[in-house]
Design a protein around this ligand. Structure first.
Ligand SMILES: CC/C=C\CC(=O)SCCNC(=O)CCNC(=O)[C@H](O)C(C)(C)COP(=O)(O)OP(=O)(O)OC[C@H]1O[C@@H](n2cnc3c(N)ncnc32)[C@H](O)[C@@H]1OP(=O)(O)O
Length: 302
């Protein structure tokens, strides 16, 4: 039921103006990674999909340099790739990873939330909601191979996955750090974190905007496994094999059982959540905080 609702909302999303004209186009050519049966990589400008049909797995690489910030276009391309893989019976699992060295994703694109018109914030927030819903409720096994830093929306994206493998590099911190930007993680960001690490740990992590280095992330449960950097992809593949060995219908129904109540909360409060976000982001004080944060990021270089 929730999945049927999910399909309908995606179809609606793809009909929206920002999604029109974006279709999965043939990308880089060459043999599929590990597949060897001639199926080619495909994707879109910002998302590279490396299919391994023999394993029933596709590696989805985010490539929106420099930091894989989750812009409207990038989210749209991610959704289209996910839908294409879900509709292809060859695939049972995807490994979500990054093509940008040292960065999994810098989270929501701050330039989408700064100095724009309210109508833009509405469209952007719909896309953020849609991405969370689609990944959170996907029938596929989704494993995050986290090969870089992963703050805020980047962390959220990984939390939608069924399993997280993080590279053991002290620079690769992960967490919901929204409060450090003077903004508030919405209830469904919070719920996703609570479902992963529990209420008390989430309360502390979200209020303090904690970004956990690998050992801490593992201890608190934000990630499931920390491995040497050069073993992230191979570990994700062996974990995937374990998950795919479970009868698919039983695993899928169990996933739905676990996640539906959390997703339903957003599905029933979707419009109110958009209004809350737009009201909040349009506040002068919030705009000032975001501008100051972006400025600080830029000055870091000089
Ligand atoms: C209501 C809920 C709302 C929001 C949830 C969110 O997701 S808010 C976003 C939170 N994200 C962050 O706090 C991460 C901010 N970025 C960083 O900390 C660093 O950029 C990062 C990811 C550690 C990478 O550092 P690095 O030194 O490699 O790159 P640099 O900082 O120089 O950044 C390169 C250019 O990218 C721009 N940029 C970085 N993050 C974002 C972002 N989230 N959105 C948009 N743009 C971003 C940065 O300004 C640099 O731009 P440039 O024009 O080249 O100076």
């Amino acid at each position: 039921m929730a999945l049927a609702v999910g399909m309908r909302v995606l179809t609606r999303a793809l009909l929206r103006p920002w999604a029109r004209g974006l279709r999965v186009a043939p990308g880089r050519t060459g043999p599929a990674a590990g597949g060897g049966d001639g199926m080619r990589c495909f994707g879109s400008p910002r998302v590279l999909v490396e299919p391994d049909p023999a394993a029933g797995v596709a590696v989805v690489k985010m490539r929106n340099p420099p930091v894989n910030s989750l812009s409207l276009e990038f989210l749209t391309e991610l959704l289209i790739s996910l839908e294409k893989l879900e509709n292809d019976k060859t695939f049972h699992g995807i490994i979500l990873t990054s093509d940008c060295p040292g960065i999994f994703s810098a989270g929501l694109d701050l330039t989408e939330m700064c100095g724009r018109k309210p109508e833009h914030y509405v469209e952007y927030w719909k896309a953020v909601q849609e991405t969370w819903l689609r990944f959170y409720l996907s029938n596929l096994v989704v494993i995050a191979a986290i090969n870089g830093v992963s703050p805020a929306g980047g962390c959220l994206l990984s939390l939608t996955c069924d399993y997280r493998v993080l590279a053991n590099n002290p620079k690769y911190t992960i967490g919901l750090n929204e409060t450090l930007l003077g903004i508030v993680a919405p209830f469904w960001f919070k719920d996703t974190m609570v479902n992963t690490i529990g209420h008390r740990a989430t309360e502390r992590a979200l209020q303090l905007g904690l970004l956990f280095p690998p050992a801490e992330a593992l201890r608190v449960g934000v990630v499931d496994q920390v491995v040497p950097e050069d073993q992230v992809q191979s570990t994700a593949r062996s974990v995937m094999a374990q998950w795919l060995a479970i009868p698919d219908h039983a695993r899928q129904l169990t996933k739905t059982l676990m996640r539906k109540p959390t997703a339903d909360r957003l599905l029933t409060e979707r419009d109110a959540d958009i209004q809350t976000f737009v009201r909040f982001i349009c506040r002068d004080s919030v705009q000032k905080s975001l501008h100051a944060y972006l400025e600080k990021l830029k000055q870091k270089k000089g």
